[in-house]
Ligand binder design. Structure first.
Ligand code: ZN
Ligand code: ZN
Length: 285
């Protein structure tokens, strides 16, 4: 069961696997650059080699990178769109350079241009990105969002709509964030709810597209459309959802990543210990 957390790259990307090991992670998510800045320092061959070595040494695998929070591929503003486009292309190339298989990204915000216009912009953006980088290997994972403000991607249908517009669909996957889908109005607090929500995901997007799960409880109530992560079992979602997701055999191979609040490795260790205690010997369907 690949379980882990988002960990820091302070001092260099090659430090991340060591940070992951300290927090008892088997897998980790990282930023490949500062998430709140447009500019990034070019990665060197040495840094890539050191990251490979650190993964080998620790046994901790970087299963995904998360894109910068500034990027908005649905922006109706031409200058901001181009800035986002160039930054995202660079993020894709950084992942390939570092051999990171998945790049999790937030579908953008339409900022008043309307949902349809925003979704269309995103579909076009991916076609253009894949044309510009035809040999790219990284899978782009559209993350389910809470639907705050004018954020897109808060329904499975919207994500399917984006994928529909893209020619090279094989280069797209999905990252399902438990806090976000709950805040967006998908019930997951009981086993019955989880089954129904996963069925809906499978019907609309297909479980084969699910590449990454973000495991977060929610500080805000069901359907709030507010994105605030809480420690596992301490929020409005509760432990049952995680018990379900950890024991559905169809999800067994999907890496599950914590993005819960922390000041040191201790909080991740506590959440991971709890999650591991929820794994049953026999699986449920
Ligand atoms: Zn995210
Ligand atoms: Zn997330």
């Amino acid at each position: 069961m690949p379980l882990g957390a988002h960990v820091s790259i302070a001092g260099g990307v090659f430090n991340a696997p060591h940070n992951g090991k300290e927090a008892t992670c088997e897998v980790i998510q990282i930023f490949t650059k500062s998430a709140n800045q447009w500019k990034s320092k070019r990665l060197s061959d040495k840094e890539a080699r050191m990251l490979d070595e650190a993964q080998e040494e620790t046994g901790v695998e970087v299963v995904c990178a998360h894109d910068s929070y500034l990027i908005n591929l649905a922006s109706p503003d031409d200058a901001l769109f181009m800035k986002s486009y160039n930054a995202f292309l660079e993020e894709m190339q950084r992942c390939d350079f570092l051999n990171i298989p998945n790049l999790v990204m937030h579908p953008g915000s339409h900022v008043g241009s309307g949902e349809e216009a925003g979704l269309k912009k995103m579909g076009e953006a991916f076609n253009r990105l894949f044309d510009a980088d035809p040999d790219g290997k990284v899978t782009i994972c559209l993350e389910t969002t809470a639907g705050q403000g004018t954020n897109l991607g808060y329904t499975f249908d919207q994500l399917a709509e984006i994928i529909d517009m893209v020619e090279n669909k094989d280069r797209l996957g999905i990252c399902l964030d438990t806090c976000h889908i709950f805040a967006a109005g998908y019930p997951i607090s009981t086993e019955k709810d989880c089954k129904a929500t996963i069925k809906s995901f499978d019907d609309i997007l297909g479980l084969n597209r699910l590449k990454i799960m973000h495991f977060n409880d929610s500080k805000k109530d069901f359907g709030s459309r507010v994105d605030r992560h809480e420690h596992i079992g301490q929020g409005f979602i509760g432990e049952q959802a995680f018990t379900y997701f950890l024991n559905d055999s169809r999800l067994a191979k999907v890496p599950k990543i914590l993005e819960t609040p922390k000041t040191s490795a201790a909080e991740d260790i506590a959440n991971l210990t709890l999650l591991r205690s929820l794994i049953r010997k026999k699986d449920i369907k």
